[in-house]
Design a protein. Structure first.
Length: 447
C-alpha cells in the first residue's frame, strides 16, 4: 500500500525489517528446540540468538543472485553470526514454508490486534454518537424516498451493532490465522521432530496446524480477508449515509470542515464529503482481495507458489487499508456535524405524507375496510398531495399539514367523518419512535 494510506504501527508490521526480525526469532526457536532434544550441539544456540537480523538491503543484494528469498536471508544472517560455523545448524530439517508460514502467522496476529483495538474505538464512537442522538428526529427513507419518522440515533445504532459484529468476526479470524507449521518438505516431519513444532508454537502463542503439507491450508487466511471485507463494507455503509446527508438538497449531515480547509480549486463555496468518499473508494480495495486470496486455497499437490506472490501484495494491503479505514471512519463519526433543525424541516417537507401508514391503520381500526375503502382513500389523498407539493410555488409557507387537508377533502366527498383528535395523535412524529427504548438500552450495554 502507498505511504499516503499507511499508518506507522501497521506499516511496521509489514516492513521487511520486521519480517526478518520474525524470521530470526522463528529460526532461533527451532535451534533451541533441536539443542534441547540433543539433535544439534548446544553451544550453537547463543551465537545464533545473538546474531543481529540482516538488513533488507543485504538480503536484496544476495537474492539478486540466488533468486530465492529464504536462502538470501539465511546467507545474510550467517554473515552476522559469530562464529559463523554456528549458522550451519540454522534451518536444520526445515523447508522454506516452515519459516514463511510461521512468521506470517505472527504478522497476521499482530496486524489483527491493531485492527481489533481500532474497531473497539469505532464501536464506542458509534455507540456514543447514537445515544447522543436518540431523540433527534429525522425522516426515515426507503428507496431514497421519505418513509416514516425516525431518529438519527436509531440509524447510527444499526451501524454500531454492525461494526461490533464485524469486530467479532475478525476476532474469530484471528484464531484462524494464528496457525503455524514446521513439518518439513511435504509435511511429514521426515527430518524434524514434531516436538520442535510444538515448542515454537508455544513460544509464539500460535497453534500448530492439525495437519499441513509444505504449507498451511489457506482457508484461514481467506476467512481473515473476508472478515475485513465485511468490516470495510460496514465502514462504507456509514460513509454512504453521510454522503447522502451532506448533499445540498438534504443538508442534514456534514463532515467536519477545518480552518484553512479548501473544498475545490475552482469553487470556493464547496464543502465536500471527502472522508466519506475516500472510505467508499478504499473499501473496494479491501473487497478486491477476496478472490485472489481465496484462489490460494487450491494448490498443486503439497505446494506450489501461486499463492505466494498474491499474498505478498494482498495481505499487507488488506490490513493496511483496513487500518486506515477504521481510523478514517472514527474520525468521520467523532467530527460529524448533525443539523437537527434541518432534519425537522426535511421531515415536514412532504406535507405529512410520512403519516400515511398510521392514518391507514387508524381508519381500519375505526371500522373501514382496508382494501375497499381505507387504502384507496389514503392513497388518493397522498397522490394528490404529491402533485400539490410539486406545483406549490417557492416560499409557499408551511406545508406540513397538506396531506391532512387533502385527506379531509376526499373524506367529506365520500361522506366519511374523520376523528381529527385521533389523527392529531397518530400524526405526531414522536409516536413512531416511542418503542425504541429497548434498542438504546441494548446499545448502551455495547462494548
Amino acid at each position: 500500500m502507498i505511504e499516503r494510506y499507511t499508518l506507522p504501527e501497521m506499516g511496521r508490521v509489514w516492513s521487511d525489517a520486521h519480517k526478518y526480525e520474525l524470521w530470526c526469532e522463528v529460526e532461533t526457536l527451532v535451534v533451541e528446540a533441536h539443542a534441547e532434544a540433543g539433535t544439534i550441539p548446544s553451544n550453537v544456540v547463543e551465537p545464533v540468538r545473538k546474531a543481529p537480523p540482516p538488513t533488507p538491503e543485504r538480503v536484496d543484494e544476495i537474492e539478486a543472485v540466488t533468486q530465492h528469498d529464504v536462502i538470501a536471508f539465511l546467507s545474510a544472517w550467517a554473515d552476522n553470526t559469530e562464529p559463523r560455523e554456528a549458522a550451519a545448524y540454522v534451518h536444520f530439517g526445515m523447508t522454506s514454508s516452515d519459516l514463511l508460514d510461521t512468521a506470517l502467522a505472527v504478522q497476521l496476529v499482530e496486524a489483527t490486534d491493531i485492527l481489533l483495538a481500532k474497531a473497539d474505538t469505532l464501536v464506542a464512537a458509534l455507540r456514543d454518537h447514537a445515544l447522543e442522538h436518540r431523540n433527534t428526529l429525522r425522516v426515515g427513507r426507503t428507496h431514497g424516498i421519505h418513509g416514516e419518522p425516525d431518529v438519527w440515533g436509531h440509524r447510527v445504532a444499526d451501524f454500531a451493532f454492525a461494526m461490533a459484529r464485524s469486530r467479532d468476526r475478525l476476532r474469530q479470524a484471528r484464531a484462524a490465522v494464528g496457525v503455524m507449521a514446521i513439518s518439513g518438505a511435504v509435511g511429514t516431519y521426515s527430518n524434524i521432530d514434531p516436538e520442535v513444532e510444538r515448542h515454537v508454537a508455544r513460544k509464539l502463542n500460535l497453534k500448530a496446524a492439525d495437519v499441513s503439507t509444505q504449507v498451511v491450508f489457506r482457508d484461514g487466511i481467506s476467512e481473515w480477508v473476508n472478515a475485513q471485507a465485511i468490516m470495510a463494507t460496514v465502514c462504507e455503509a456509514i460513509a454512504l449515509e453521510v454522503r447522502h446527508g451532506q448533499r445540498t438538497e438534504v443538508r442534514e449531515l456534514s463532515e467536519a470542515f477545518g480552518k484553512g480547509q479548501k473544498g475545490s480549486s475552482a469553487m470556493p463555496h464547496k464543502k465536500n464529503p471527502i472522508l466519506s468518499e475516500r472510505i467508499s473508494g478504499l473499501a473496494r480495495i479491501v473487497r478486491g482481495q477476496i478472490v485472489p486470496v481465496m484462489e490460494g486455497i487450491p494448490l498443486w499437490h503439497e505446494r506450489d507458489i501461486s499463492h505466494s506472490s498474491v499474498e505478498r501484495v494482498a495481505l499487507p494491503d488488506t490490513s493496511i487499508t483496513m487500518d486506515y479505514l477504521l481510523h478514517l471512519t472514527t474520525r468521520l463519526i467523532t467530527g460529524l456535524v448533525v443539523d437537527a433543525d434541518r432534519m425537522r424541516v426535511n421531515l415536514d417537507s412532504t406535507g405529512g405524507l410520512i403519516y400515511t401508514s398510521t392514518v391507514l391503520l387508524e381508519l381500519v381500526e375505526a371500522g373501514m375496510s382496508r382494501d375497499d375503502a381505507a387504502y384507496p382513500l389514503v392513497q388518493k389523498a397522498a397522490m394528490e398531495t404529491w402533485q400539490k407539493l410539486s406545483a406549490a410555488p417557492a416560499g409557499r409557507g408551511d406545508t406540513s399539514t397538506l396531506f391532512r387537508e387533502t385527506l379531509r377533502e376526499h373524506a367529506l366527498e365520500a361522506g366519511i367523518e374523520l376523528d381529527e383528535a385521533r389523527l392529531d395523535e397518530v400524526c405526531r412524529p414522536e409516536r413512531f419512535v416511542q418503542r425504541l427504548g429497548p434498542v438504546f438500552d441494548r446499545l448502551a450495554a455495547l462494548s
